[in-house]
Design a protein around this ligand. Sequence first.
Ligand code: PRP
Ligand code: URA
Length: 209
Amino acid sequence: MSKVVMMNHPLIQHKLTLIRDKNTGSKDFRQLVKEVSMLMGYEVTRDLALEEVEIETPVTKTKSKVISGKKLGIVPILRAGLGMVDGILELVPAAKVGHVGLYRDPETLKPVEYYSKFPADIEDREFIVVDPMLATGGSAVAAIDVLKKQGAKYIKLVNLVACPEGIEEVERCHPDVDIYVASIDEKLNDHGYIVPGLGDAGDRLYGTK
Ligand code: PRP
Ligand code: URA
C-alpha cells in the first residue's frame, strides 16, 4: 500500500497559504511553488542511499559520505508540474528530467496524453513525478502508467495539494508508489476542482485562463 507523507513543516504550510490566496499573482505564485517544491524535495530525498568515500581535508585524510545508489529522474506532468522542477533540481542538480504531457478533458475529467519523453536509462532510475494538484487522480495514474510501460520501477509522487479521492485512486492503481503532499484538502467539487484548493494551478502559474 502507498505510504502517504504529509509535510507539516511550518515553512511549507506558510508558503502554501500564500499560494492558495487568490490575490497572489503569477510572479509570486511561481516563486512560491518553486520554494515549496524545494522544501518538499528535501523530505522526498531523505531515504537516498549513502556510501563512504575517502577524501583529504586541509587537515587530514578522512572518510565521508556521498549519495550513491540509483540516479534520479524528475518527471513533471505538463503543464503545471513544470513549476515544481527547478526547486527540486536546485537540490539534486544532476537529476535528469523526463516529461509527460497530459491535460484533463473539461467534460469527462479524463486525462488526455499528448507527449512523453524520458531519460534513456529508465529502468535504473528512481523517478519523482511532480504535479501541484492531485484531484481525481486520473492524471497522476496516467503519468505513472506511461512511466511504468517504459520500464520505470521506482516511482514517488509529489503534490502540493491533494484530496482523498485522488489519493485513493493512486493507491488503488499504483500501491507501490508513495505519495508526498503538503495538504490533503476536503473534497472535489462538481467540476473536479479541489476544495478549498488553489484554483487552476496551470493558469495561475502561467497567467492564462
Ligand atoms: C491539472 C493539474 C493536474 C490535473 C489534476 O492539470 O496540474 O495535472 O489537473 O487533475 P486530476 O487529478 O483530476 O487528473 P490540467 O489538466 O489543468 O492541465 P495543465 O497543467 O496543462 O493546466
Ligand atoms: N487541476 C487544478 O489545477 N486544480 C484543481 O483544483 C483540480 C485540478
